[in-house]
Write a protein that binds this ligand. Structure first.
Ligand SMILES: *[C@@H]1O[C@H](CO)[C@@H](O)[C@H](O)[C@H]1NC(C)=O
Ligand SMILES: *[C@@H]1O[C@H](CO)[C@@H](O)[C@H](O)[C@H]1NC(C)=O
Ligand SMILES: *[C@@H]1O[C@H](CO)[C@@H](O)[C@H](O)[C@H]1NC(C)=O
Length: 369
């Protein structure tokens, strides 16, 4: 009787352990709570769980693939480790991750899945751990994120999606996840910030949206986050125009709009804005519009970086570099309109000087205006 029980238990354990046949000789490093050094085992045909590792009190797990790649991460790849706080899977050439891959990790705070140049899709329900605080998904090739992919994570404070191929953002990614402070989504291909993208967020603080292709910021995009945000970069995007109400009056932040395609900023926007610091470097402002910007903001005590220069003083000595573009039509005052011809002229100038775009073109605006 006893023997049969043990035999059945043994079969049962085998059964659990053998449900990840696709895992072939993957090195797993782990660290216990209160331990300084890592232990190491190699797993074969096994999912990673407390049972597999035979080690209590595991805090950190690092999956290192080495020669053997993990092209698919299937359901139950890792689970049932009651003490795990940090999970890192890096350089594994992952192509696909199934939702349910990470199950029953009640203490998990940080998940890092990075440097997988073939990973394109993030399914709904992948991150279903209530205690998650940080999600790092940098340097993959993510181009599709299902709605609710990051839903129901009340403790999430940081999400880093930098260096991927993301084109569309959706506010439904974050259903019932409202306590995020820092969003890093630089170096993607985002074209628009959707309407009410962050509605209901309470603690938004630091947003880096630089180096995307953003040309449209929809109405009320920043509704609810205006009064809490401290730093916001939209540098190196394709913005030509900005709506007056995009940044509400209570936005008291460092705002970086450098390296966009602005020929002007609307007078009403300049009146309304209340930022502490505004970086406008490397935009093809029409000259009379740049003068207006300087005038409007100087009186507000806004620390302003404009023209084509701030930090790189060495380059600024080059006097042949223009600070702004002359409008294609004669204008007595700043006309609030996009002037592609003026932009092209200035860009041509930059190229003649050997710069690929405005980012490289620098001149000292304060001196020359
Ligand atoms: C965790 O436990 C569940 C239920 O016993 C089981 O179905 C699953 O395979 C286990 N996961 C791992 C990775 O061992
Ligand atoms: C997010 O990723 C970017 C790009 O790698 C990096 O500059 C930034 O510091 C990261 N943020 C955090 C909180 O790790
Ligand atoms: C300004 O807001 C309108 C209405 O929401 C929108 O259609 C337009 O694309 C916005 N413009 C920019 C440059 O974001």
């Amino acid at each position: 009787m006893h023997r049969l029980c043990y035999f059945l238990l043994f079969l049962n354990i085998l059964n659990i352990i053998n449900s990840c046949e696709y895992v072939q000789n993957i090195a797993v490093k782990y660290k216990r709570h209160f331990s300084a050094s890592f232990g190491k085992i190699s797993i074969n045909n096994q999912c990673i769980s407390e049972l597999t590792l035979h080690v209590p009190d595991i805090k950190t797990i690092v999956v290192k693939c080495g020669q053997n790649k993990l092209s698919q991460i299937q359901e139950n790849f890792i689970g049932n480790i009651s003490t795990l706080e940090v999970l890192k899977i890096n350089h594994c050439d992952i192509i696909r991750i199934e939702s349910g891959a990470f199950a029953n990790l009640p203490q998990l705070k940080t998940i890092i899945i990075e440097n997988n140049p073939l990973l394109e899709h993030i399914p709904k329900g992948l991150f279903n751990q209530l205690s998650l605080k940080q999600i790092f998904l940098r340097n993959n090739r993510i181009n599709s994120i299902e709605d609710e992919a990051f839903a129901n994570l009340p403790s999430l404070t940081i999400i880093n999606l930098s260096n991927n191929n993301i084109r569309h953002m959706s506010k439904n990614w974050f259903t019932n996840t409202r306590n995020i402070k820092n969003v890093f989504i630089s170096n993607n291909k985002i074209q628009q910030v959707p309407q009410e993208m962050f509605s209901g967020w309470r603690y938004a603080n630091f947003f880096d949206f630089s180096s995307n292709s953003i040309s449209i910021i929809n109405e009320d995009a920043f509704k609810d986050v205006a009064s809490t945000i401290h730093y916001f970069s939209l540098a190196s995007n394709n913005l030509k125009q900005i709506n007056t109400t995009t940044f509400p009056k209570n936005f008291i932040i460092d705002l970086d709009l450098s390296s966009n395609l602005f020929n002007y900023l609307p007078h009403a926007f300049l009146q309304n804005i209340n930022v502490r610091q505004l970086t406008l470097t490397a935009n093809p402002f029409k000259c009379n519009c740049l003068a207006d910007i300087n005038g409007a903001l100087a009186s507000k005590g806004v620390k302003l970086y404009c023209g084509f220069c701030n930090k790189n003083k060495a380059h600024c000595k080059e006097t042949s570099i223009p600070v702004c573009a002359h409008p294609s039509q004669m204008e007595d005052n700043c006309v609030e309109s996009v002037d592609d011809e003026a932009t092209e002229k200035l860009l041509g100038f930059a190229k003649e000087l050997g710069y690929e775009d405005f980012k490289g073109l620098v001149a000292e605006c304060k001196k020359n205006i």
